[in-house]
Design a protein around this ligand. Structure first.
Ligand code: GLV
Ligand code: GLV
Length: 330
């Protein structure tokens, strides 16, 4: 039997590549940038498995061009880049990588909380620019993280891991979520409130909702105006949850104090974007899960999802397998 053909849209960890190569004939895009759309559309024509990054859009147009496709495996926990319903309609399972990046991403969210509250980036810039001439009683005053109220928007795995870290800082933690999470509440001593209360009470608001039509620009002018003028907004989820124009005005006009973003809209954020000129805004290039160990785990998990799909078995970590029902009928 010839091996099935798969396309991997970026260079991934060699252990994962080797694993896929044991069972498939692999086409890998090796350039240091995402596959141009035309190239992607051209190369999916003959493949049965597609191993994607969050920068690849998998939509009707792509699926039209991929008549042999039997599985899509996204090397990310989020899958807003994929039209899951369109895949489901075609009987194509979609894999993702939950769990393995939870603590790594929570670490980065906490790094951003501390960096914003204590103005770390401004401090580094200040020293590098040669401005540090003397100690000063009012140099770079920030806000205490310990004892502050942390507001969590969306209580998934990563949010719970952030709440766990917040315990060590003696923080009060509130969350807003579509449903009550009694076990997590009891385990972490956190409380569910409505969005309005969350916005008004949070000293630090950390975003952890996936990007969906319901959460697109969920944080806009109205919401930002409800926050404390001393509040810090942290986003490690998806840029589209926050309206960037409203955020710019909020930071410029002092509706809130600071923002620290690992994700932006658009992504990448253009170097001349107004947010990048604000001293009270930190922007990172979407590196929440970017540690050696975690990216390897993600790559391997995505490989296993891909291979299961090629075998016609349920993916170990599947977005739409419940909708697809039993063994796929191809
Ligand atoms: C990264 O943003 C991911 O969804 O894994
Ligand atoms: C991701 O793992 C999440 O559910 O937050």
């Amino acid at each position: 039997m010839p091996k099935p053909k798969v396309l991997i849209t970026r260079r991934v960890h060699p252990d994962a590549l080797r694993r896929v190569e044991e069972h498939a004939e692999v086409d890998v895009w090796t350039e240091d940038r995402p596959m141009p759309r035309e190239e992607l559309l051209k190369r999916v024509g003959s493949v049965e498995g597609l191993y994607t990054m969050l920068t690849d859009r998998v939509d009707e147009e792509l699926l039209e061009r991929a008549p042999h496709l039997r599985v899509v495996s996204n090397m990310a926990v989020g899958y807003d880049n994929i039209d899951v319903d369109a895949c489901t309609r075609r009987g194509i399972p979609v894999g993702h990588t939950p769990g393995v990046l939870t603590d790594t991403t929570a670490d980065l969210a906490f790094a951003l909380i501390l960096a914003a509250a204590r103005r770390l980036v401004e401090g580094v810039d200040y020293v590098r620019a040669g401005h540090w001439h003397t100690w000063s009683p009012d140099l770079l005053l920030g806000y205490d993280v310990y004892g502050a109220t942390l507001g969590i928007l969306g209580l998934g795995r990563i949010a719970a891991a952030v709440a766990r870290r917040a315990q060590g800082f003696g923080m009060r933690v509130l969350y807003t979520s579509r449903r009550q999470h009694e076990e997590t509440e009891a385990a972490l001593g956190i409380h569910r409130v409505d969005l309005d209360t969350l916005l008004r009470e949070a000293d630090i608001l950390s975003i952890h909702t996936p990007l969906t039509p319901e959460t697109y620009h969920l944080i806009g002018e109205t919401e930002l105006r409800r926050m404390k003028p001393t509040a810090i907004l942290v986003n490690t989820a998806r840029g589209g949850v926050v309206d960037p124009d409203a955020l710019y005005r909020a930071l410029k006009e002092g509706w809130i104090a600071y923002a620290a973003l690992d994700v932006t809209e658009p992504e990448p954020i253009p170097a001349d974007h107004p947010l990048l000129r604000l001293p009270n805004c930190i922007v990172l290039p979407h590196i929440g899960s970017a540690t050696h160990a975690t990216r390897r785990r993600m790559a391997l998990m995505a490989a296993e999802n891909l291979l299961a799909g090629l075998r016609g078995e349920p993916l170990p970590h599947c977005v739409n397998c419940a909708q697809l029902g039993g063994p796929y009928d191809h």
